[in-house]
Design a protein around this ligand. Sequence first.
Ligand SMILES: *[C@@H]1O[C@H](CO)[C@@H](O)[C@H](O)[C@H]1NC(C)=O
Ligand SMILES: *[C@@H]1O[C@H](CO)[C@@H](O)[C@H](O)[C@H]1NC(C)=O
Ligand SMILES: *[C@@H]1O[C@H](CO)[C@@H](O)[C@H](O)[C@H]1NC(C)=O
Length: 245
Amino acid sequence: MARFLLLCFLFAAALTTSLTSAGDNNHVYSPCSDSTVAVGDGFTFGIAFAANDSFFGPNRSVQYSPCDHQRLSLNGNSELAVFRPKVDEITLLTVNTSSSSSSYRPDSSKGYMVAFAGAKYAARSVPIMVANNDNVVTSFTLVLKFQKGRLENLFWKKDGCSKCTGDAKFVCLNNEQCAIKRQSCKNQGGQVDCSLGIQLAFQGTDKHYTALNSWYEVANLKQYSLYGLYSNLKDSLSSQFSSIF
Ligand SMILES: *[C@@H]1O[C@H](CO)[C@@H](O)[C@H](O)[C@H]1NC(C)=O
Ligand SMILES: *[C@@H]1O[C@H](CO)[C@@H](O)[C@H](O)[C@H]1NC(C)=O
Ligand SMILES: *[C@@H]1O[C@H](CO)[C@@H](O)[C@H](O)[C@H]1NC(C)=O
């Protein structure tokens, strides 16, 4: 049986580029229910943390949604985080792993994460590595792609290692992701706050066929200061946050 712990519902820090934010008319709050959303609505999705293999069926050829309890039984060795960002707002989600009270400690036993939402139209991302025995990845970009307001796909965008080459605190994994050595993390006695930062981008169309474009805004922002908030170059996520909050 899936025994999920509600890990955290920290915050969706919304840095909107417009002040015309409409109200939230989406009354679906479960990540395992279907909804059709418009710009400005809240949208609930989940992220499950577990070992890579646990996201697949018995013969390892099919990846099921964590909402599919009949076919996928994530056992006790998994954690769940639920978020509700606003559709088409540039958003940074955090999973705080540095405090002693946080239940999720990134390590190899729950070293992968899958983002998911929906029931009949269950969408899920592929598993992405968060931690192995030696390293923790702390910066992610998650793209939520909608078609006519229904979530169609979620995928992780890997930015490569240009942000961390030459910095001894980081290692480059598979030429794809910058990772921090676990021994530098606060929850391992080190100095770095190895909390996870997940930048969201929205793509596609909402239920009124309005194009979602925070994706393009994020791409543009990379050249400006905001991107530095998410970059792995900084010592820790907390110091990045202190410059905006
Ligand atoms: C794995 O399971 C899927 C779905 O049940 C099935 O279609 C496929 O043939 C299986 N593959 C192997 C190698 O058993
Ligand atoms: C995760 O597990 C699946 C199924 O066993 C496998 O095909 C895939 O290569 C694994 N991914 C990684 C990154 O190990
Ligand atoms: C995580 O929580 C700790 C303790 O509450 C706090 O000191 C730290 O700044 C938080 N980190 C982030 C990234 O929010």
